[in-house]
Design a protein around this ligand. Sequence first.
Ligand code: ATP
Length: 258
Amino acid sequence: MLLEIQGVSTYYGQIQALKGVSLQVAQGEIVALVGANGAGKTTLLNTISGLLKARRGRILFDGQEITNRNPASIVQAGISHVPEHRQVFGTMTVHDNLLLGAYHRYRRVGRKQVEQDIQRVFEIFPRLAERRKQLAGTLSGGEQQMLAIGRGLMARPKLILMDEPSLGLAPLLVKDLFQIIASLRDSQQTVLLVEQNARGALKLADRAYVLETGRVVLSGPSQELLQDERVQAAYLGGKAVLAPGHAEDHPSHLPTRR
Ligand code: ATP
């Protein structure tokens, strides 16, 4: 396994946001993490990338333990985090935002390699190539999201964590974006994708985990989860199908949209 999370619990002070979460991501897989607002998806990504500390459990990556290492050393180990709400550097150009994504390996690999990697990002996102000299703050929301992912790819990560990339994008753009993420599979890029758009995420991922109030409640191949009645009822806008007596099997939090 490239990433192995074993029984991780994370707290905000007294509040326990993750309650013994375990999951795995194999090399080359796209794995989706779906769940309602507040389920703990962002908390899990932040715990993996070292922004939050796990109070219990272990995180193994590429054969080494990375639990509670500092964020810089986790980037060095090969994990890139594309946070929620994009967070590009608005007063810098598209090109320079991408350059920054390669910051930690610039001295090691040199300018030529980094420029080649920028070209690769431009091939994936032609819109960014057209706007390479434009200030990032003047891009549309969708373009900024592409830039944030492109910057994540500039680290040449073994694993890229994406937090709600579809948030706030128009439906047509969401479709494009999901297609681009799916195309990363062809280059063997491993992705852990957090999404409230469960249907879109399940369609594109190989496997998925459903998180509810800090716990994994379901997991499996995405195609199976798409067919699962509980998932359909709670996350895909289907009808509730379980008998009332089985309420404990039933996801208790309906997704809410922002
Ligand atoms: P969203 O899509 O809304 O970001 P999420 O699944 O990513 O949802 P988290 O943001 O990880 O959920 O939140 C998990 C739980 O931790 C929630 O109950 C939330 O209220 C709580 N939480 C998140 N951030 C903090 C914080 N800084 N301080 C206290 N509690 C927090």
